[in-house]
Design a protein around this ligand. Structure first.
Ligand code: F6R
Length: 609
């Protein structure tokens, strides 16, 4: 999703702005631009498409200046064209913005009546014109921004610079994340950005604006104000972003690197929740009495939602606690009834997903205890939670989530054991058995990754398909959903997943000899039922790709291919089954030549509704 950077430096900022934008590329974008002020003049360069096009422009027409803002745009209002690319300008005011101004149409009509001519189709341009009109009316830059903010509805973050002011930048946050970086004596300067990763090359001293804050920066410091314009202090902490490695290593794509990191990051996550010596789970840092908890409400989006669905199966079956799982974009709008004394769990890789964050606020207002499973410890969701259960996956750069998903499953599995213990449904012997099964997972995934070549071959046939169907039962149903989502996102092949038993209620009409059907069927208590559904597919000519630890003969029907899984306890099967569906999607996309790490139209961190 859109990325914002801003720098007031002691040397020309243009190339640093582009470097910071490169670190935000992973969020997904379709155009980019920067603006600087030099010798009293505001100048900007923008380009449609990848940052290299902006860099080419800057080579031909460089920008000077010690102050500047930059932006990667993920189109919401208006096509991804150069004209719609940020920064936007109005009479010497330049703005970059992330989020959506929901009332922009009303504001635009009013501004047009006042004679403002709009160049773009964006919602952002109203911000530039509103600030400019304030300045024209004699307001100071701070007053003009503050007054403009009071007129905006929606969730957003923005940064503004002003022609004639080479030591002034104003930023604001309402909903979307906004970090401030503080330079030091060796490298004086002030920085703003959508996240600490963008600022990592310049500084690790970072503060985060809270919702409603706005900040006035010069080259040596920042004054932060809350929504009532009372000056406030926001803690400056040392960001870990500088220590995080964000390159592809020897891999062709971040996604492949991240798939291969899974044994390591799952181990790391496990060691946070498991005492390996005693083979017991350790949630001593979590202050929540699960014994008396009436129910747990889980809310998330996309892949994280599917992790939540797996979590429901695990926590209800092994933990004995009722669980509701909802898509965050629907959750709060149906005004759900929340149990008195209940707890709400939010699952999010980025910790910034707008719908999840808004649902969290809804649950907070309903007096729920707020738990989160997040990968970015400095994120908004982490900061708004009473209790944070981190996934230790490291930065996930590929837009399609892989290692964050399996780390979420790892935390949920460990949590299910803890809940089962607290509620007296898991005794010591069972705890040790389940913990052992979890501890085996990294090794089993490493083994599975040696089967990559075989999965690559199978994916060649998938790349010919127009539609692909995924089937699964129990925890394999959310894995089927995740497999279909991965394939859609990065290969653009239409894919759908169904609970295998649901097939006969409609989707079976789709089956013919052109339809690949991926059946996720571990040899568990539901295996025979899935096999019956698979036979229904085979009888209608569907091309079955069988993902199972069972021998092929057990399928009892013709299968085109099998991805043979290692044997494991059914409790951890979803963690392993996630791997072949990720690899199938990856190799299909590579075969089709799509942009695997930054698929079209997608954003990594979805900070708009
Ligand atoms: C799919 C994917 C998305 C995210 C969703 C939630 O591969 O990555 O579906 O899972 O946008 O994002 P987070 O987890 O950051 O809240």
């Amino acid at each position: 999703m859109c990325g914002i950077v801003g720098i007031i430096g002691s040397s020309p900022v243009a190339s640093n702005l582009v470097d910071a934008l490169k670190r935000l590329e992973y969020r997904g974008y379709d155009s980019a631009g920067i603006a600087t002020i030099h010798d009293g003049h505001l100048m900007r360069r923008r380009a449609k498409g990848k940052l290299r096009f902006l860099e080419n422009k800057l080579k031909d027409e460089p920008l000077e200046g010690l102050i500047g803002i930059g932006h990667t745009r993920w189109a919401t209002h208006g096509k991804p064209t150069e004209v719609n690319a940020h920064p936007h300008v109005s009479e010497g005011v330049s703005v970059v913005h992330n989020g959506i101004i929901e009332n922009f149409k009303t504001l635009r009509v009013a501004l047009e009546k006042d004679g403002y001519v709009f160049e773009t189709e964006t919602d952002t341009e109203v911000i530039a014109h509103l600030i400019a009109s304030g300045l024209k009316a004699g307001q100071s830059p701070e007053d003009a921004v503050f007054f403009t903010l009071s007129q905006l509805e929606g969730a957003f973050a923005l940064a503004v610079i002003f022609e004639g002011h080479e030591d002034l930048m104003i930023g604001a946050r309402r909903g979307s994340p906004f970090a401030i970086g503080y330079g030091d004596e060796d490298e004086p300067g002030m920085y703003v950005g959508s996240d600490a990763i963008a600022l990592a090359p310049f500084t690790n001293r970072v503060a985060y604006l809270e919702d409603g804050d706005f900040v006035v920066l010069n080259g040596t410091g920042a004054k932060i104000y809350d929504q009532d314009r009372v000056e406030v202090q926001r803690k400056i902490s040392t960001s870990m972003a500088q220590t995080l490695v964000v390159d592809k290593g020897n891999h062709r794509h971040f996604m492949m690197k991240e798939i291969h990191e899974q044994p390591d990051v799952i181990s790391r996550t496990l060691s946070h929740y498991i005492d390996l010596a005693s083979e017991r789970v350790d949630f001593s840092a979590l202050d929540l009495d699960f014994k008396s908890l009436p129910r747990l409400t889980v809310t998330a989006c996309g892949t994280a939602f599917y992790a939540g669905l797996v979590g429901k199966y695990l926590i209800e079956k092994w933990g004995g606690l009722p669980v509701d799982v909802d898509i965050a974009s629907e959750f709060r709008y149906r005004e759900p009834l929340m149990a008195e004394g209940g707890a709400a769990l939010f699952i999010s890789q980025s910790g910034e997903t707008a719908d999840s964050l808004a649902s969290l606020k809804y649950c907070k207002a309903k007096n729920q205890k707020i738990l989160s499973i997040v990968n970015v410890s400095e994120s908004s969701i982490a900061r708004e939670s009473d209790e944070v259960l981190p996934t230790l996956a490291g930065p996930e750069i590929g837009v399609a989530s892989t290692k964050a998903f399996t780390c979420q499953l790892t935390v949920l599995a460990a949590l299910a054991i803890h809940i089962g213990k607290s509620r007296g449904v898991i005794d010591e012997a069972l705890e040790v058995k389940l913990v052992r099964s979890l501890v085996e997972v990294p090794r089993l995934i490493s083994e599975l990754l040696t089967e990559e070549k075989r999965i690559e071959e199978i994916s060649h046939s998938l790349s010919q398909a127009r539609d692909v169907l995924y089937l699964g039962r129990g925890t394999s149903f959310p894995i089927a959903l995740e497999g279909a989502l991965k394939l859609k996102e990065i290969s653009y092949i239409h894919a759908e997943a169904y609970a295998a038993g649901e097939l006969k209620h409609g989707p079976i009409a789709l089956i013919d000899e052109n339809m690949p059907v991926i059946v996720v069927a571990p040899e568990d208590e539901l295996f025979d039922k899935t096999v019956s559904n698979m036979q229904e597919v085979a009888a209608r000519g569907g091309k079955i790709i069988f993902i199972s630890d069972a021998e092929a003969e057990r399928a009892g029907c013709e299968i085109v291919d099998q991805i043979k899984m290692p044997k494991c306890h059914p409790f951890v099967a979803p963690l392993l089954l996630a791997i072949p569906v990720q690899l199938l999607a990856y190799y299909t996309a590579v075969h089709m030549g799509t942009d695997v790490d930054q698929p079209r139209n997608l954003a990594k961190s979805v900070t708009v509704e």
